[in-house]
Design a binder for this molecule. Sequence first.
Ligand code: DP6
Length: 323
Amino acid sequence: MRNRITARAFSNIALIKYWGKLPTKLNSPATPSISLAVSALKTETTVCRIESGRDKFILNGKPTDMATSQRLREYLDIWRKQKLIAGHFLIESRNNFPTGAGLASSASGYAALAVALGAFTETPIDKAELSRLARIGSGSAARSVMGGLAFLPDGKNPAAKLIMPADKIPWGMVMAIVESKHKKINSRTGMGHSAETSPYYQSWIKSAKSDCRKMLRAIYRNNLAEIGITAEANALAMHACMMSARPPLIYWNPVTIEIITRVPCWRKSGLETYFTIDAGPNVILLGRKQDLLQIARRVKRIAGVKDVVVGFPAGGAEVIRWN
Ligand code: DP6
């Protein structure tokens, strides 16, 4: 019997955003999404069987706050109810990047957790099922299970699919960290609030579906310009939906705007890069691998940018140690 499993997963940045849920208990995405897993955003999670009657959670060396512990405990209950696991666990997770600053920590977190828990089950669980189980924990985690360029369809109980493995992807991402503090309103709450109060929520869902079709075509054609323009439009549409919620959800700060207004100028000057923004103020720039260092240098020069992280395409979640 296995007692201690460590899994590693890379977080991902969506080029087509998941923002909105269907009314189910399965954390079902209302929009299809497409993402790139990035090497620089890594989580390692160790799951250890314990005798005590209560699960314990440690994140980056500290016990998790009440809300996070509750969410994780409920997640383990789902696995227990489905008789996939039994007993209680100590879960220790470590991210090598700021948690909760719009760099999708729940994506790599739940992907690593699902893959580690999957190694405790009696019968092996295939990757698609692990992706579904990770999605129940956090929607974006379904994509991190697959790694590379991954597509998560909308619908009741989807699994992510691998569109392109990491070693075939010619692009990477530069993450401009303009704020590393915990964000005020997490994605889950933000999505619910947007759905309930934004007059543009339905138009957002419709445009996200059409953006996703465009993006898939652009990826198959290997057309960076079409990929980038579609990603920018999709991120801005998501933020328009957030900003039109009542009260508004404004994740940006002045530095966010400074960066996104410079990106088209950089393109005009010959440096091909495109931006996207998650539910936070940080800006993520997409570019060809050979241009990433130059993009990083330009971003670093902007006042207010606290850190710049270069990320290359990364693989799926996997078990890295056990005993
Ligand atoms: C803006 O996956 O964190 O990063 O399913 O409620 O855990 P939950 O949401 P989460 O949302 C991610 C939102 C996003 C866009 C994306 O990654 O697609």
